[in-house]
Design a protein around this ligand. Structure first.
Ligand SMILES: NC(=O)c1ccc[n+]([C@@H]2O[C@H](COP(=O)([O-])OP(=O)(O)OC[C@H]3O[C@@H](n4cnc5c(N)ncnc54)[C@H](OP(=O)(O)O)[C@@H]3O)[C@@H](O)[C@H]2O)c1
Length: 379
């Protein structure tokens, strides 16, 4: 379980704890929040625990019991190969998750239950050849994956990703200029990590999901639509060439797609299923004038192989700056547009190490340009 201290990680560990007879936890990683996994160590008895943040690793060395192999940032990628698992769940946040996905797919025969969409946004071209071993955990992609079971790829006309709309659905641009991090972190339906919650408010989450779907399902982005669906019960739909549409529904609870990915190709019992008839379901188009994120994702896919990684890096940095009060909500869009106009977003690196170097240089340049202190910006 990679990123075990995060929202996806904790929900996965809870499921493993509830069904100890079915799964054995081989190993887990945290970056800084060791306390979040501490209670699970004695019960789930993993063979290894990786701490990917160097300072946290140094502090933890005296604490971890000798029965568990403690792995530092240097050996993290190695342990994924030397202790391979049948299923690796990647719940790391950000482009940092790519390398772990690569190690699992390239060097082991195991399946990758992928929540870390940035793996594909950053390095989709290198992971796509292994797509048969990727089981999506992102609820929208899990829904499409489920709808496609038993179907031929050639029969698909369009994919439709659903979006809650986030906390600012229905608001116009002028109303968004004074949004605070506190308001943006209040998602109407889902409880998630802070980056993805802000990305839901800007619709950048859906933009990254278009790129994710492009690589996972090998489909041109013009055949991927986004519909706002505030009830968050239909997690996505597939339109087939004969005019039929399939949808996947479940309560808005990440345990469902996580459990599906752990169980695939079986369907295992999950006790708290939903009851009663469905409420009325609503769907509407995205206001792409107020929220330009979807256009930016499509532009990045058309522009160059490096552009999606640069767009994602810009978003990671801009979201962190917004959460720290250094830039305003609308400034996030400004910096995303700016990112795609930079020379780093027009390159075709031959290897992912080359892409990582380009992306790193871009991160440094953007970080230096953003205000370093709290700033009352209207965007
Ligand atoms: N949460 C959801 O409901 C949801 C739904 C769909 C998709 N996703 C995707 O799943 C991924 C995880 O989301 P989340 O909401 O679970 O995030 P989160 O709560 O912020 O957790 C992120 C995890 O990644 C670890 N991490 C952070 N920086 C790292 C680094 N540089 N290297 C290695 N590990 C690092 C964190 O460790 P520490 O906490 O120990 O520092 C934590 O375990 C994201 O890609 C997100 O888009 C999430």
């Amino acid at each position: 379980m990679l990123g075990a201290s995060g929202s996806i990680g904790q929900q996965t560990l809870n499921l493993l704890q509830a069904f100890p007879e079915r799964y054995e936890l081989v190993g887990l990683s945290v970056h800084t929040q060791l306390d979040k996994v501490w209670p699970y160590l004695s019960q789930l008895r993993p063979k290894w625990l990786a701490i990917t943040d160097a300072a946290t690793y140094q502090r933890a060395r005296a604490l971890v019991p000798p029965s568990i192999q403690l792995v530092g940032p240097e050996e993290f990628y190695e342990v994924l190969v030397t202790h391979p698992a049948d299923i690796a769940v990647n719940g790391i946040v950000g482009a940092a998750g790519f390398r772990a996905s690569w190690q699992v797919l390239h060097y082991t025969q195991g399946r990758l239950a992928l929540a870390n969409k940035e793996s594909l946004v950053f390095g989709g071209q290198w992971l796509a050849p292994y797509r048969n071993r990727i089981i999506p955990v992102d609820s929208e992609h899990s829904a499409i994956f489920q709808c496609l079971q038993g179907e031929k790829k050639e029969a698909v006309a369009r994919l439709v990703l659903t979006a809650s709309g986030g906390p600012f659905h229905g608001r116009k641009r002028a109303e968004l200029s004074r949004i605070t991090p506190h308001e943006a972190l209040r998602h109407p339906v889902w409880r998630m990590g802070s980056r993805i919650t802000i990305d839901s408010a800007t619709l950048m989450n859906k933009a990254l999901e278009i790129i994710e779907a492009y690589w996972l399902f090998a489909i041109p982005h013009r055949q991927i639509e986004v519909w706002i669906h505030p009830e968050c019960l239909v997690h996505s739909l597939v339109l087939f060439k004969d005019g039929s549409m399939k949808a996947q529904l479940s309560p808005p609870d990440m345990r469902f797609p996580i459990w599906y990915a752990l169980s695939y190709p079986e369907r295992q019992v999950l006790p708290d299923l939903w009851q009663g008839p469905l409420p009325t379901l609503h769907f509407e188009a995205v206001d792409e004038i107020t929220f330009p994120s979807l256009r930016l994702a499509r532009q990045a896919l058309d522009q160059s192989p490096s552009a999606p990684a640069v767009l994602n890096a810009a978003d990671e940095i801009a979201v962190a700056a917004f959460l720290e009060g250094r830039i305003g909500f609308l400034d996030i869009f400004y910096w995303l547009e700016w990112a795609l106009a930079q020379p780093e977003a027009y390159l075709a690196p031959a290897t992912f190490s080359e892409l990582a170097a380009i992306e790193q240089a871009f991160r440094q340049r953007l970080t230096a340009k953003l205000p370093q202190s709290i700033h009352a910006s209207g965007g």
